[in-house]
Design a protein around this ligand. Structure first.
Ligand SMILES: [Zn+2]
Length: 377
């Protein structure tokens, strides 16, 4: 029997969720995984804590007003931060793209203003908890969450708890070395050959950008030029770029500036049958497969949940990765693991931040005491 408590989301108390990213702050009032309101704004030119934190307070008030709720109806505030931090002390070690965020006692600042439990957690860890409580991971106690977008974030849940490590920074699976002979640029973390350096959207785009500077990238460049023409004004999401070689003159005429190529462009190019685009995605996919094998060997998880924009590439990315898992992972943990798509993707940060509060209530037995338990699934 699975002992995990599943709580009826409609009976859950209100929480406030804050998702603090490098360029955006999002705030929401939630009941369970349902967003009752949402406020989103840029971190702005002055993103120092003294300036940004009061703006978050204002955004919280705005989110409360929008959801027609009062602060005293809120049970707690969960804050997900894109950066290394210690969730036990609530100290944010650093926040990329935000100036002056070094060793900031974020929880204490919020605690001074709000008389309720405040939880601070790395955003990917929070998102892992969101999937665990409300998404693909319901009914499962050991899971690994990997979100692949511009970078690769991750969270590890073992026996129902986020694995934090001794300083709170455990579970940085995007920074596991998958190529120890890496000759490229070092990763942001200082290491070389990180999974993030090879399999993130930024890595796919970087490799594509390098290729279009060479003869082998001519076809991809022509495709990107054609795509830019189709999407340049109307911004149509999925233009039918089949006759892209008509645009080959763009590629030849070097006085026309080449458009920036995103991972999404590479994906569309692969769908249009451009071999280079296939091989660029395949390289990322194989690194991802190696990363998954390592995850399976280290954690023997019940589930690996894949989220983030790059996983929208679907079979093109996932099939080669899963083939490597099939070929290389040890049989017993391989047979035990389910590798699935995330369910909370669009609001992963906010649902995850809210889940920090709910998880603490669950761990402390509040849901059970108040008779909210509706049984295990
Ligand atoms: Zn790294």
């Amino acid at each position: 029997m699975n002992e995990k408590t599943i709580v009826d989301p409609d009976q859950m108390p209100l929480v406030v969720a804050v998702d603090l990213g490098g360029t955006q702050v999002r705030v929401a009032v939630l009941r369970g995984s349902t967003l009752l309101s949402r406020v989103s704004e840029g971190t702005g030119a002055d993103s120092t804590p003294d300036h940004l934190v009061p703006r978050i307070y204002d955004a919280i008030q705005e989110a409360l007003d929008e959801s027609c709720s009062e602060l005293d109806q809120v049970t707690g505030i969960g804050i997900g931060v894109a950066g290394p931090l210690d969730s036990r002390t609530g100290i944010v070690f650093a926040a990329p793209n935000l100036s002056g965020w070094h060793n900031i006692s974020l929880r204490d600042r919020f605690q001074e203003r709000y008389r309720m439990p405040i939880f601070v957690e790395n955003d990917a860890n929070a998102a892992a908890l969101g999937e665990y409580m409300f998404g693909a991971g319901r009914g499962c106690k050991d899971l690994v969450y990997l979100t692949i977008s511009t970078g690769i974030g991750s969270g590890v849940i073992v026996n129902g708890q986020i694995v934090g490590g001794t300083s709170g920074t455990a579970g940085e699976l995007g920074h596991m070395t998958v190529d120890w002979r890496w000759r490229g640029e070092p990763c942001n973390c200082g290491n070389i050959g990180c999974l993030e350096s090879i399999a993130s959207g930024t890595a796919i785009a970087r490799n594509a950008q390098e290729a279009i500077g060479e003869e082998r990238g001519r076809e991809l460049l022509a495709f990107a030029c054609a795509l830019q023409q189709y999407t340049g004004e109307a911004g149509q999401p999925d233009p039918p770029v089949h006759n892209y070689m008509n645009h080959e003159h763009f590629a030849r005429e070097r006085d026309v500036e080449a458009p920036p190529i995103s991972a999404r462009t590479v994906w569309l190019a692969a769908q249009a049958g451009i071999p280079l685009a296939f091989s660029l995605i395949r390289e990322a996919a194989e690194a991802l497969g190696v990363g998954l094998v390592n995850i399976i060997h280290i954690f023997n998880p019940e589930m690996i949940i894949l989220g983030g924009g790059v996983t929208q590439m679907g079979p093109l990315l996932l099939e080669p990765a899963l083939q490597i898992v099939h070929d290389r992972a040890m049989q017993v943990p391989r047979r035990a693991v389910r590798i699935v798509q995330a369910q909370m993707d669009a609001d992963a940060g906010l649902v995850g931040a809210g889940a920090l509060v709910y998880h603490s209530l669950n761990v402390n037995g509040v849901f059970q005491r108040e008779g909210m338990m509706v049984g295990a699934s």
